[in-house]
Design a binder for this molecule. Structure first.
Ligand SMILES: Nc1ncnc2c1ncn2[C@@H]1O[C@H](COP(=O)(O)OP(=O)(O)OP(=O)(O)O)[C@@H](O)[C@H]1O
Ligand SMILES: [Mg+2]
Length: 261
């Protein structure tokens, strides 16, 4: 297992519960999705894994995060990046006053010059739109272009595990499809493992092999995406297709478990 999160609890400002009890497994080479409504704890989980919760005055107060068998909870973001985990954040994705090229160049490296040039070439090859915009200020990019650049910046860290917080947020479906397809290509090329947070269930189920549904800082359901796609009662209860406020999770609660080892 590449990433193992066990009984994760995060407190903001020493007292506000961010997530209560999250356990997720991400096997090497897979794409795993986290689905859930606003405030469910999706970003908190990704920021705990990548170390950024420290910047939000939060800490892992219980549980553990294991990456390649090593405990990484409550380490600094640069230490975690150095181990090979990169985050595409939900907000503040790019440096708006730097050009596209400068945004890629400014990323701290955990690899040598040759590897950086290789990664840069792969990024421009997978996202030719960025190549055409090299000299443009990132602050002037469209939402889709900004998302591509954010993915590119994360990939410049040379990660083995890529964390993506809301691939589709605020983007038109046709743009999301395009980015998703290109992301899958570069993922194959660089053999990335991906943990993806999505409010769009459709996108999560399409891209991932396995998904976890979060509710109020807990995992209420998990399964292979094939399983989740084909189960209509689950579709209605969890995946937002019914639109009802009254959701009943009891009948499937004990199905919340990790992927097969
Ligand atoms: N900086 C913060 N200070 C205090 N509480 C926070 C902070 N950030 C998040 N929280 C709380 O932690 C809980 C989980 O929030 P989180 O942002 O992880 O949810 P999310 O699933 O990413 O939601 P969204 O879909 O809106 O992005 C929420 O109750 C939220 O209010
Ligand atoms: Mg979020």
């Amino acid at each position: 297992m590449m990433l193992k999160v066990q009984n994760l609890e995060v407190l903001y400002q020493r007292s506000i519960l961010g997530v209560a009890d999250i356990s997720i497994d991400v096997p090497k080479g897979h794409i795993v999705a986290i689905i859930g409504a606003n405030g469910a704890g999706k970003s908190t989980t990704l920021r705990a894994i990548s170390g950024f919760i420290g910047l939000d005055d939060a800490r892992v107060s219980n549980g553990s995060i294991l990456f390649d068998g090593r405990r990484i909870e409550n380490r600094f973001p640069h230490q975690i990046a150095h181990l090979g985990i990169a985050l595409v954040p939900e907000r503040d994705k790019v440096f708006p006053n730097l050009t596209v090229q400068e945004n890629l160049e400014i990323v701290a490296s955990r690899t040598g010059h040759a590897e950086r040039r290789h990664l840069e070439a792969s990024i421009y090859d997978s996202f030719p739109r960025l190549a055409a915009l090299k000299a443009k200020l990132a602050g002037l990019l469209s939402g889709g272009e900004r998302q591509m650049l954010a993915i590119g910046s994360a990939i410049m860290c040379s990660p083995t595990l890529l964390l993506i917080d809301e691939l589709s947020l605020g983007l038109a479906p046709v743009i999301v499809d395009d980015i998703a397809e290109r992301l899958m290509r570069i993922r194959d090329e660089l053999r990335l493992t991906i943990l993806l947070v999505e409010q769009s269930t459709a996108i999560a189920l399409r891209m991932a092999d396995y998904a976890y549904v979060f509710e109020n800082g807990r995992v209420v359901l998990s399964g292979s995406t094939d399983e989740l796609r084909n189960d209509s009662s689950i579709q209605d209860a969890y995946l937002g297709t019914s639109g009802g406020e009254q959701r009943n999770y009891r009948h499937v609660r004990n199905r919340a478990q990790g992927p097969a080892k």
